[in-house]
Design a protein around this ligand. Sequence first.
Ligand code: URA
Length: 191
Amino acid sequence: MDMAAESLEALQEEASCCRRCPLWEGRTNVVFGDGDAHARVMLVGEAPGKNEDLQGLPFVGAAGKNLESLLQLAGLTRQDVYIANVLKCRPPGNRNPQADEILQCSGYLHEQARLVMPEFILTLGNFATKHIMKTDVGITRLRGSVHQVGRFKVLPVFHPAAALYDRSKQQALEDDFRMLGKMLDEQVTVS
Ligand code: URA
């Protein structure tokens, strides 16, 4: 999708009236993204939920609270990172994103990554991981190490919502965010 934007603001403006897929019909707000436009770390989730749709901001519900406490383990706050989702509009009833919705929406995410140009991209959960890493390998196998994808160091992690009721996933997430904190203090080379 050809979508070269001059700035995040211009891209957000374009996204605000997007009708590329049918999800526009049910949305309250386009949830474009939030945070530092020059962040070293970009986080990519799946899609807005109910609270995000109402407020127009990513990760403002229970998963967002967990995410903020995880960021602290890496020495970061929400303001230090840039947060976006694969889909910018809420799927009805929080169902899974569909392939065509991802395809239609992907130009926004790719432009966000190009404009922010973070050093690290954390993919939160299976949808973001599979989309960004272009793989069918599941998150359980991929998490715990950094993968070079184009210009970015990608760190796949469990989705912070999936970890809310699963102690072992939460433990893995905490380990991965601590590892991120260490890598931010070092220069990391991955093969
Ligand atoms: N889950 C996501 O994947 N994204 C959000 O913005 C909120 C919950």
